[in-house]
Design a protein around this ligand. Structure first.
Ligand code: HEM
Length: 466
């Protein structure tokens, strides 16, 4: 990546706003440029960055779009002036799938749902999930044998789906639960279509091939979630004690700070589907990239093994080990730097907003990308090098907060962040104690920037005992 031109300091406050640099014409004008390619939005961000630096503007179907790649400007949008922004069009489009769940809703619905879901993600609750996470990872690890060839992407999906199903929804992993992954794969395949389709919500019952496919997958997901909710309700009617899982909490919770009402059936459905999808696919991708990166970096792998041997001495991790598994956590952090599962985020301005010397117009969409920021040489010298030392306490302290934001920030920061760290660190520790993986591909897996950053195709690995 070339070094971008310097940008004005965020603290500069002139009365006259400075015009955004950027593309002179609408994006359609550039349709045949190599950096405008449907399904490869990162190419556009790379082009903007190289041409205009850390802020750029363009228009898409008449909507002004602002690209920001400065940690202080991102802080303005996510924290300091967050009340001036709502989720943008591509997220809203996902309402056809996720309804008014935590990810897609805006205030006042969002703030109430967040209050209701929050207890399930408190530190102590997450701690209680630790043993279950380790047991599930150990059971998967123990089913593998020396020399076995795996698609580590599929294996990671299977693992994290099971972890979310058992810990958060207290349900057995049946064929029906596994089918969630097939439906999600179908929907991910349709992602560009869903996002590009103007006003999809109005056409959701039309006999259009992509829409029919989407409708089928959504109906299957709804059926699985509906069954989960029904079973929980029936168990509660039979007087069975709930196990304190997230779904039980959602069903019984009341908004104590608000009007003391609970969630409607439809809201519970939206939350369950949202948390199921947000909670398994992201961690699975992070683990897949971690195994790939470890296979390519034997020194890092050796240091990881040394830490596991020293801290665990061959036994399975327990909660009290988490704090000592520092290098394991740094490996996971560095993996999410290079391959952040949430690779970009966006908001829409509901009023004109001043960010540094620029004014973002009302109605403009603002995008920033973890993928771009995390590979920026200003914060990460030799950005493509996999070096977990970047996440030592000392090195972290030298960077601004939004130079690393895999979980977003502000009031919409990922509610599952603590859960994701525990799942990532304990899964790596449990599996890497026993196995290493040899990558069988001939070149680095291509990244697919869908809702999450996925590897293109299978990531074939050979299981090798340590
Ligand atoms: C490595 C794993 C994960 C990554 C990288 C990740 C990333 C993110 C990001 C960037 C956001 C903010 C989106 C925005 O502000 O526009 C978010 C929100 C969210 N995440 Fe995660 N996430 C992960 C794991 C999880 C897990 C394990 C769960 C639940 C079990 C979860 C549930 C959610 C929910 C419900 C939201 C919406 C929160 C709100 O708006 O109040 N995520 N996630």
């Amino acid at each position: 990546m070339t070094t971008p031109p310097p940008i004005p300091d965020v603290t500069v406050s002139t009365d006259e706003a400075v015009a955004f640099p950027g593309l002179k014409r609408g994006l359609f004008f550039y349709l045949f440029k190599p950096w405008v390619k449907l399904g490869h939005p990162i190419l556009l961000f790379e082009h903007l960055q190289q041409t205009f630096g850390n802020v750029a503007q363009y228009r898409f179907l008449g909507t002004p779009i602002v690209y920001l790649n400065d940690p202080e400007y991102i802080r303005e949008v996510l924290i300091n002036q967050a009340s001036a922004f709502v989720k943008e069009r591509t997220v809203k489009r996902m309402k056809v799938l996720l309804g008014e769940g935590l990810i897609t809703s805006d205030d006042p619905i969002h703030i109430r749902s967040r209050r209701i879901a929050a207890p399930a993600f408190h530190r102590q609750r997450i701690a209680a999930y630790g043993d279950q996470i380790v047991a599930i990872a150990a059971s998967q690890r123990d089913r593998w044998h020396e020399g076995q060839v795996l698609d580590i992407g599929a294996a990671s999906m299977e693992l994290s789906l099971e972890i979310v199903a058992r810990t958060l929804f207290d349900t057995e992993v049946t064929t029906e639960i596994r089918s969630i992954n097939d439906e999600v794969n179908t929907i991910m395949g349709l992602y560009n279509f869903i996002v590009a389709f103007p006003q999809l919500e109005k056409f959701v019952n039309f006999p259009i091939p992509g829409v029919i496919k989407f409708r089928r997958s959504k109906a299957r997901l709804d059926a699985v979630v509906g069954r989960l909710i029904r079973e929980h309700r029936e168990a509660s009617l039979r007087g069975e004690e709930d196990k304190g899982d997230l779904l039980s909490m959602l069903l019984s919770s009341r908004d104590e700070e608000g009007d003391h009402s609970g969630l409607s059936d439809e809201q519970v459905r939206d939350e369950v589907l949202t948390i199921f999808l947000a909670g398994y696919e992201t961690v699975a991708n992070a683990l897949t990239w971690t195994w790939y990166l470890l296979s390519q970096n034997p020194e890092v792998e050796a240091r990881l093994h040394a830490e596991l041997d020293e801290v665990l001495g061959g036994r399975l991790p327990v909660l009290a080990d988490y704090a000592a598994l520092k290098y394991t956590e740094m490996v996971f952090a560095e993996s999410m730097r290079l391959y952040p599962p949430a690779w970009a985020m966006g908001r829409m301005a509901t009023r004109p907003v001043r960010v540094g010397p620029y004014e973002i117009p009302e109605g403009a969409h603002v995008f920033f990308s973890q993928y771009m920021m995390h590979r920026d040489p200003r914060w990460y010298p030799e950005p493509l090098k996999f070096d977990p030392e970047r996440f030592s306490a000392e090195n972290k302290a030298g960077r601004p907060k939004f130079a690393y934001f895999p979980f977003g920030g502000g009031g919409r920061q990922c509610i599952g962040e603590g859960f994701a760290w525990m799942e990532g660190v304990f899964s790596i520790a449990t599996v890497a104690q026993r196995w290493r993986f040899e990558f069988l591909g001939t070149r680095e897996p291509e990244v697919q920037a869908k809702i999450t950053l996925r590897p293109e195709g299978a990531v074939r690995m050979r299981v090798v005992g340590r």
